[in-house]
Ligand binder design. Structure first.
Ligand code: FAD
Length: 447
């Protein structure tokens, strides 16, 4: 009689060397490797096999082989953020798109481009800058972060205030499914409507439905000038009231970031809360918006950073976000109008630590280091985090745990309850990946 548990254990026990041998024998010795240490680390495994297809067809063949062998696969780009998500019970193989990194097509006159999934966003934007164009996304992450992963995780940064999220810029996609089937949706024409919803479906699916192989984007012209207005106050309420006024006005900030006291990237007064308003526009539009902003910002101090200084501020802001000393990384989201309530709950529930918010979007990112985690004792931590999550969920928000010590990840689901969406997600997973081979158990609702 079949025993599913012993079958699972037998499948689980396939040695990485055996997988490596099959891959190298079929695709060539440069197509697979075994990694130890941090590189491509997913959870607590000591070593892992990783494969590197060089084309969409080779990716399809690799997935076909993995499917026939029932190998569980972790899709990857540069492998810098594989620890995010629920820890898999086990997996057999990482398939990275790193060697699929070509710009397949770029039409500056049409403001569109098609790129392979393993191309780093930074590298593509450097090429497009020669034509004063860019994909206006600035997610946090290392320089090698691939565009496929940015789409797969729907990652965005401060610029989402003006430019939205990856879904707003993706117009076509090519995905390879667990059985090796290649699916294309949308196209490279901006007004292509058919298939648009599939682009939306794959965006943010965390590699659970298929491996993204190629994408088409619409691009944006790089604005000619920039300035950043910094507003400081020791009263958080004053800055939140300014944010409400900005959100209700005709002003068009490109980024609106609210920072906790003592944020190391802020020049000037580190003892205060800071609101950083980035303006990327024509020079005249920037000046008139700064005048308007200063009229709104009554009773708080301010300073203005121009072109080079403004750019340096945002570069430092991004690099401090991905410091390795951060051992605890949470995302608390809700309605923008609930920002002050969410911050009050955060500050009364957890010990004081660094937080930063996309103030126009109601997203708060919370970072802490080892010392903070030591002060905030184990049992207490899980209970408090659950409390904070319940508060957020009661207002339609979420608390996602991007990074935390293992003993906390064992007690808490990374994503939290997603409500009725869970059933829809399970149905989609069973249709797209019936044997549950891709990123198994890593995403919401245990899919
Ligand atoms: C230190 C750090 C902090 C970050 N903080 C944030 C943050 O606060 N908010 C935020 O939104 N993002 C954040 N990110 C994520 C970041 O924006 C990118 O999503 C990530 O850096 C992509 O890099 P990568 O190529 O190494 O992806 P990987 O680490 O290789 O993959 C990331 C995820 O995407 C999946 N994936 C990768 N490629 C594909 C593909 N082709 N098809 C399907 N699935 C795929 C993987 O399975 C994995 O779940 C952070 C990243 C880092 C390194």
């Amino acid at each position: 009689m079949n025993n599913p548990q012993s079958e699972a254990a037998a499948v689980n026990a396939i040695p990485a060397e055996k997988i490596l041998y099959r891959l190298q024998e079929t695709f060539g010795s440069d197509r697979a490797r075994i990694f130890t240490g941090r590189k491509f680390r997913v959870g607590v495994e000591a070593s892992r096999a990783a494969a590197f297809p060089h084309s969409i067809e080779e990716l399809s063949e690799m997935l076909r082989l993995a499917g026939s062998e029932k190998w569980r696969v972790i899709p990857a780009g540069a492998g810098s953020w594989l620890e995010a998500g629920n820890r898999p019970a086990f997996f057999h193989l990482i398939i990275s798109t790193m060697m699929m990194n070509r710009i397949s097509e770029y039409e500056p006159s049409d403001l569109t481009a098609t790129v392979e999934a393993g191309a780093p966003l930074k590298t593509f934007n450097e090429t497009a800058r020669e034509h004063r164009q860019f994909i206006p996304l600035d997610p946090f992450g290392v320089e090698e972060s691939t565009i496929g992963a940015v789409i797969s995780t729907a990652s965005s940064g401060p610029l989402r205030c003006a430019y939205g999220t990856p879904r707003d810029w993706l117009i076509g996609i090519c995905v390879v499914h667990a059985d090796g089937t290649i699916t294309r949706a949308g196209g490279k024409v901006v007004k292509n409507v058919a298939g648009y919803d599939l682009c939306k479906l794959y965006t943010g699916s965390f590699g659970t439905l298929g491996i993204i192989a190629e994408m088409s984007f619409k691009l944006r012209a790089i604005p000619p000038a920039e300035k950043t207005l910094l507003l400081y106050s020791d009263q958080l309420e004053s800055l939140c009231s300014i944010i409400s006024k900005i959100n209700g006005s005709e002003l068009q900030p490109s980024a609106l970031e609210l920072l906790s006291q003592g944020d190391e990237t802020v020049p000037g007064d580190p003892g205060k809360f800071t609101l950083a308003v980035r303006l990327l526009h024509e020079p005249d539009a920037i000046e008139s918006q700064i005048n308007e902003l200063l009229k709104i910002a009554v009773g708080v101090s301010s300073s203005v950073l121009s072109n080079g200084d403004a750019r340096t501020f945002w570069i430092n802001y991004h690099s401090s976000e991905i410091e390795r000393s951060v051992e605890f990384d949470l995302k608390l989201s809700g309605l923008p109008s609930d920002l002050m309530t969410s911050l009050d709950e955060l500050r009364s529930t957890l010990p004081e630590t660094r937080w930063r918010a996309h103030a126009a979007n109601g997203v708060i990112r919370i970072h802490a280091d080892h010392q903070w985690l030591e002060e905030f004792k184990n049992r207490e931590r899980a209970r408090k985090l659950k409390e904070l999550r319940l508060h957020a969920q009661s207002r339609g928000g979420q608390l996602v745990i991007f990074q935390a010590p293992d003993e906390l990840l064992e007690k808490l689901d990374v994503w939290g309850d997603v409500g009725p969406t869970a059933d829809l997600m399970r149905t989609l997973k069973s249709k797209f990946d019936p044997d549950s081979l891709l990123n198994t158990g890593r995403f919401v609702a245990g899919i």
